[in-house]
Design a protein. Structure first.
Length: 55
């Protein structure tokens, strides 16, 4: 996985991110496994903004 520094924050984030809206489409008990799979594959940028997907 490739990582970049997020602006001037000093945070190191993965170039590949996950938009959190699909979590609404899975069973609540499946969500932890999804997040675990993301982290295991090096993804540490997860967009959970309330306006995600509204334009």
């Amino acid at each position: 996985m490739q990582y970049v520094t997020l602006g001037k924050t000093g945070l190191c984030v993965s170039r590949v991110g996950f938009g959190g809206i699909p979590i609404q489409r899975i069973e609540k008990d499946e969500a932890p496994a999804l997040i675990e799979a993301l982290v295991e594959n090096g993804i540490n940028y997860i967009d959970t903004a309330p306006v995600y997907g509204t334009g």
